[in-house]
Write a protein that binds this ligand. Sequence first.
Ligand SMILES: C[S@@+](CC[C@H](N)C(=O)[O-])C[C@H]1O[C@@H](n2cnc3c(N)ncnc32)[C@H](O)[C@@H]1O
Length: 344
Amino acid sequence: MSDSDHTAARTTLLRLLTGHMAPQVIHAATHLGLPDLLASGVAGTDELAARTETHAPSLGRLLRAMACIGLVTEPTASRYELTPMGALLRRDNDDSLNATVLLNFRDEAWRSWGELLYSVKTGSPSFEHIYEARAFEYFASKPELGGIFNQAMAEHTHQAARDIVAGHDFGGYSTVVDVGGNDGTLLSAVLTANPDTKGILFDTAEGTAQAPQALRHAGVDKRCEIVSGDFFEAVPQGGDAYVLKSVIHDWDDERSETILKSCRSAMTDGSVLLLIEPVMPDRADASLTVPMVISDINMLVYTGGCERTESQFAALLTTAGFELTSIGSPLQPTDYRVVEARPV
Ligand SMILES: C[S@@+](CC[C@H](N)C(=O)[O-])C[C@H]1O[C@@H](n2cnc3c(N)ncnc32)[C@H](O)[C@@H]1O
């Protein structure tokens, strides 16, 4: 290795090793509500310190760090203005990532990732080891956290839904059942793009807590029924397409098979199953992306699920009574692909 390659490798490694620190700046700023306080324009350090009840010199250092990573600019000394990237942390931004920040920096996330080694050694979710509960049951027992989780899912899916609807034609289906559809962000996008299609949104009572409001806001509530229940028991009948986005990756093969069998029991022979997930390459080649592996490790520490390869999807679908019929291209700029399967 040449000297310059060696220096570059060391610099890259150092950057990775401090990778958790800049996000702490984002979290502190979001937790204090600075993006919302800066929404109306430029503000100075002292005013912001008074409004956030913080130590002004230290807040000044936080604001300088925010400027350095691109959340604000400092047009005049000690006065700050939000950048377009910083504005994505405002709660009222349509493309907000506010709840995503709050979820990722909760103790639950921080401690679960902190115990990654436990999961690697045992193959079990560190979350369950630490909190002695399955993640979704734990979320259900903590309404405030459940609300942040639902909001973070909606934020994540909000933008992806546009790409999914643009990249996959849902127009041929008369009723789409979104299994584990949370607040209906994806189903809203599907129904908005296809005015003749009806929807059934299925999730737990906690998962659908924000759904009535979200479907109304999207103007699709009259065409969408909300059903709450447990997909390990049963899912609603009546759809010609059953969509599961970011659901199967939450679970190990055994539990995934149970969910898919619930779908199979509800479906007619002519219905189609659409899993919307990234598809892992067989090897760490150029198609492997950082979001894919982060999501995969997230599943390892939280729920015991994983991101799957094509052959893993095919095997899982076969055991649940389906045949994998096609896998679409990645719905750019996301890694999501539509894995289509039909009952056999
Ligand atoms: C990772 S989220 C994905 C949400 C949504 N499909 C999306 O992509 O934005 C997984 C969803 O599965 C739901 N879920 C978890 N356990 C469930 C169960 N036993 N029955 C029905 N839904 C469940 C959660 O409430 C949550 O909304």
